[in-house]
Design a protein around this ligand. Structure first.
Ligand SMILES: NC(=O)c1ccc[n+]([C@@H]2O[C@H](COP(=O)([O-])OP(=O)(O)OC[C@H]3O[C@@H](n4cnc5c(N)ncnc54)[C@H](OP(=O)(O)O)[C@@H]3O)[C@@H](O)[C@H]2O)c1
Length: 341
């Protein structure tokens, strides 16, 4: 029996909505009213961000340091993290903030996420966490790649790994200890291509049967639809309003980063020529962190606006389906979760 029996009836797919969103992805709105200058000074504040050695995450940390933020960067490969740290600190010599790298976190490998979570807990003791950005992500060009448990790699990396990592951060984050408290789940326009209904394969989001897998773009779309659902479900599950926390998803923009690294050279060349610089993606993510009028479950689009996600995925934010997805992931990672005290 599937975990997702008896899902409600989803709203119909709208081609018009898809076209509008694609257009906005290619021709984003440049928000000129809420810019880097609008962000507060972040002296004494702490941000945890994944995948900051390159791309959007790197630019976000550059801006955070320029605002005097303390940053903990969780990355996979130590050498890449340390190289990024050296460059970022050289660029931000005057910062009153700091940058600490926690390396060895492969989000697709739950043993590795658990080990990172445990070492992170000893670092976070007595610290107030203000911002969390689940930025790291994989857009693979292959549909036959798996994590060590045989789970489709993008679902493991982009959905399950971040939710597991978050469970180790929660005891230090779910507190009313500051007025600035946000969590950002980085999504994508690609959620428009996710399977229906509600953005994930209700029979098996892990796609254990490799032969049944759709195109890589659909799998990436599924993972990014789930990020939208996670943003809302995290808020509902943890009743985060009592702590003054807001949880949002962000489509950062279509940007010239290493995201298409798996794709043929021609795709990478075209991608790098026609799309925007990663700095703009950081501006979208930081809009999610700082724009005052956002509410939990909002979907931020480039470069500083909000939109309605695909209609069935939007419905999943209020009809209980996002919670079902959250519970499903939680049950699938249960062997790796922190031990209850
Ligand atoms: N660029 C775009 O057009 C675009 C559009 C929509 C959404 N996004 C989203 O934006 C986020 C940042 O992407 P980006 O464009 O900056 O791409 P990027 O330049 O490829 O950076 C991705 C980051 O994620 C890390 N990462 C990938 N797989 C990982 C794993 N298994 N474990 C731990 N870290 C992992 C990478 O680490 P390594 O360097 O070690 O691989 C890197 O730090 C992603 O969530 C992506 O889906 C990007």
């Amino acid at each position: 029996m599937s975990f997702f029996e008896d899902l409600p009836e989803p709203p119909k797919f709208s081609r018009l909505q898809a076209l509008k969103q694609i257009y906005r992805g290619i021709r984003p709105i440049h928000n000129t009213e809420f810019t880097e200058d609008s962000y507060p000074d972040l002296t004494g504040k702490l941000c945890i961000i994944t995948g900051m050695n390159t791309g959007i995450g790197y630019e976000a940390v550059d801006i955070l340091l320029s605002k005097n933020c303390n940053v903990i960067g969780i990355i996979r490969t130590e050498s890449k993290g340390l190289a990024a740290k050296e460059k970022l600190l050289a660029k931000n010599k005057g910062t009153k903030g700091s940058l600490q790298i926690v390396s060895g976190c492969d989000l697709s490998d739950f043993e590795s996420v658990k080990a990172t979570g445990i070492s992170l807990q000893s670092i976070l003791k007595d610290k107030t966490i203000n911002l969390i950005i689940h930025n790291a992500g994989l857009m693979s060009n292959f549909n036959n790649r798996n994590n060590p448990n045989g789970i489709e790699l993008m679902f493991a990396t982009n959905v399950m790994g971040p939710q597991l990592l978050q469970s180790y951060i929660d005891p230090f984050f779910l507190k009313k200890d500051d007025t600035l408290k946000r969590i950002v789940w980085v999504s994508s326009l690609a959620h428009m291509g996710a399977p229906g209904p509600f953005g994930f394969n209700e029979k098996d989001p892990k796609y254990l049967d490799v032969k049944s897998r759709p195109q890589p773009t659909t799998l990436y779309g599924q993972s990014k639809a789930c990020n939208i659902l996670q943003a809302k479900a995290y808020g509902l599950k943890n009743d985060i309003e009592q702590y003054g926390i807001k949880s949002v998803s962000v489509f950062p923009g279509i940007l010239n980063t290493e995201l298409a690294r798996d794709y043929p050279k021609i795709v990478k060349t075209v991608w790098s020529k026609i799309f925007y610089e990663p700095r703009y993606g950081a501006i979208s993510e930081l809009y999610g962190c700082f724009y005052p009028d956002l509410k939990t479950g909002d979907y931020v689009v480039p470069f500083g606006a909000t939109e309605t996600p695909r209609y069935d995925i939007n419905a999943a934010l209020t009809n209980g389906v996002c919670l079902k997805l959250w519970d499903y992931v939680q049950s699938e990672i249960s062997d790796y979760l922190p031990k209850k005290k």
